[in-house]
Design a protein around this ligand. Sequence first.
Ligand code: SAM
Ligand code: SF4
Length: 329
Amino acid sequence: MQELKDKYGRKISYLRLAITDRCNLRCKYCMPANGVDIVNRKELLSYKEMYRITRVLSELGVNKIRLTGGEPFVRKDFMNFLESLSFNDKLDEINITTNGALISKHIKKLEELKINAINLSIDSLQKEKFAKITRRDVFENVFDTFEKLEKSNLKLKLNVVVQSGFNTDEIIDFVELSKNKDIAVRFIEEMPFNGKGQRDMKEEWNYNKIINHINKHFPTVETLLNNKSSTSRNFRIPNYLGTFGIIPAFTRTICNDCNRIRITSTGLFKNCLFDGGVFNVRDFIRNGASDNELKKLFIDTVANKPQNGFVAEAARNNDISESMSSIGG
Ligand code: SAM
Ligand code: SF4
């Protein structure tokens, strides 16, 4: 079988696909208060195009997909798209990253579709603070989603962006959430992908600082064996039902085992979160590219995946200020 492999021997099997650049929240670390410019609807990949891209990539060995955005659930007919994706038997895992504000009514259907895992973004367990971070008053909805997901048979991960001066006082509360709940709490280093929004850091809360902080409270933290391509380093407090992890998104110590590519909502193909985009798949499709031509393009592009996020960032003159909502986090 043809496959996607780069010159460092890394095999690509995981696609992150942004469903839309639109979002119902305005998280401070992701965008400024008045949002970011959104593209004309026609520039977004259609569901048909996304389905085709996914099928072609799955024939090249991609067996795991994460649907993200913007907020995937704000796009009309997202649930129908999920249903069509679930017929692709080459995909072993379909995962979704969501802010959770719009999904509680869909949970039953998500279970029926055998969605593998939901990553729910929740940066504070306090209503007021949550509203300050997201600039929207939706804490109750999101917490309701959290409770429903926790009772469902979907695997649940919580994404917590660690923001200096905003929510570092809640790190231990988040770890404590894993005591009686079968969840994976994942702390994410804040990155400058914020559409020129917040990154006013008093202290840099990187991987080491986060784990040292947790170790002080829980001196018996157990390190868990990682899946080779895991984005997080994972831990457990002895006898706790759930786990916690840290995603070194900014310090980038996970690049050696990277198995990921990204496609933004407008079809920009990214070999690395930190690169500026390599080519636009949408344009190739709309200009009549055949499946074989698309495959060749993917294979040739992946071969040149940058060695790591620092190399990718340097190649674009270190300007990484676009919003995660337009990249697809
Ligand atoms: N709207 C959905 C959500 O918030 O889960 C999906 C898209 S969002 C861009 C995906 C993930 O990226 C979220 O967990 C979010 O917290 C994270 N994220 C956004 N901006 C970030 C930044 N500047 N640094 C680190 N993580 C960020
Ligand atoms: Fe929207 Fe997600 Fe960005 Fe928050 S992090 S503004 S929910 S895209």
